[in-house]
Design a protein around this ligand. Structure first.
Ligand SMILES: [Mn+2]
Length: 255
C-alpha cells in the first residue's frame, strides 16, 4: 500500500538533500539550480522549515512557497517534507522566537507581499498538509525533519503513527526532537529506530549545527540557517550504503 506521507526513492539516480531554509530565498535558488527538473531520476528533498525568516525585510518565505507549490505540482522528483514550522500552521500551535509570534508574523508577511491574506494563507496551509513526513531511499537512508521518536519500539508502532494524523505524539518527536537533549533521544534510539525501519542511516535538519554533526548513525546537517559552512547532500542512489561513512563522504560544503 502506498503511504502518501512516506516518499520511497528508487535504487538509481541522484538525490540532493537540503535542510531548513527558514525563508532564505537565495539559498533556495542555489539548491534548486543544482537540480535538473527534466531528469526524472534526479530528486531533490527539502527536509522542512522552508518558512519563518528571522526578520521580515529579508524573509523570502512567500516567494519560496509560491515556487515550491508550483514545482511540487509539476515535477514528481521535487519533494518538500513537513517541518515543525509548517506543522505549527496546520495545528495552530504558535511558535515564539525572541518574544515574536511567528504565525502572526507569517500572516503579516503574506499580506505585505500579496496585498491580502486570503486565499493565500489557506492555500499555503493546504500545501503544508500535502507534505510527506519522511523520505526513504532503497539503499537505506531515512530522511526526516528531526527525530527519531524514542517512543517507537516496533514497526507496528511506526506504521500506526500515520493513523493519528497531526496530533500524533510520535510525529511531534519527528518534528521537534533535538539530539542535544538526552531526554528526547539518544544514540541507542537512533540505532534502534533504523533497525525497525530497515535503514542504515538517518539524515535530519532542525537542530542548528555548524555544517554537520554525527550522532551514531545519524547526520544532523545545516544547509542554510545559522551556519557558516552551508552543507547539503548529493547522493548517488545506486551506491551501496553500509555505514554512515558512505553517506558522510557525499556531503557537500559551500564556503
Ligand atoms: Mn525545525
Amino acid at each position: 500500500m502506498i503511504n502518501p506521507k512516506m516518499i520511497e526513492l528508487p535504487n538509481h539516480g541522484r538525490l540532493i538533500v537540503v535542510t531548513d531554509l527558514h525563508g532564505n530565498l537565495d539559498d533556495y535558488n542555489y539548491y534548486v539550480n543544482l537540480w535538473d527538473e527534466s531528469d526524472t531520476d534526479f530528486h531533490i528533498v527539502f527536509v522542512g522549515d522552508l518558512i519563518h525568516g528571522l526578520d521580515m525585510d529579508s524573509d523570502g518565505s512567500v516567494e519560496i512557497l509560491d515556487d515550491a507549490m508550483s514545482k511540487s505540482s509539476q515535477f514528481a522528483n521535487f519533494h518538500t517534507l513537513l517541518g515543525n514550522h509548517e506543522w505549527a500552521h496546520i495545528t495552530h500551535k504558535t511558535i515564539y522566537k525572541n518574544h515574536e509570534d511567528l504565525l502572526m508574523n507569517f500572516k503579516n508577511l503574506v499580506s505585505f507581499k500579496k496585498g491580502y491574506i486570503e486565499p493565500a494563507l489557506t492555500n499555503y496551509i493546504r500545501f503544508f498538509k500535502t507534505m510527506p513526513y519522511f523520505a526513504r531511499t532503497a539503499n537505506g537512508i531515512f530522511i526526516s525533519h528531526s527525530g527519531p521518536s524514542a517512543k517507537i519500539r516496533s514497526i507496528e508502532a511506526f506504521n500506526r503513527m500515520f493513523e493519528d494524523g497531526y496530533s500524533s505524539p510520535m510525529l511531534y518527536d519527528f518534528l521537534w526532537n533535538r539530539f542535544t537533549k538526552v531526554t528526547q533521544y539518544t544514540r541507542e534510539d537512533v540505532d534502534r529506530f533504523l533497525d525497525i525501519v530497515g535503514c542504515k542511516c538517518m539524515v535530519v535538519g532542525h537542530c542548528p549545527v555548524e555544517s554537520y554533526e554525527l550522532f551514531s548513525n545519524q547526520i544532523i546537517m545545516s544547509s542554510s540557517f545559522d551556519t557558516k559552512v552551508k552543507t547539503y547532500l548529493d547522493i548517488d542512489l545506486s551506491a551501496d550504503v553500509d555505514s554512515i561513512k558512505d553517506v558522510q563522504k557525499q556531503l557537500k560544503f559551500r564556503i
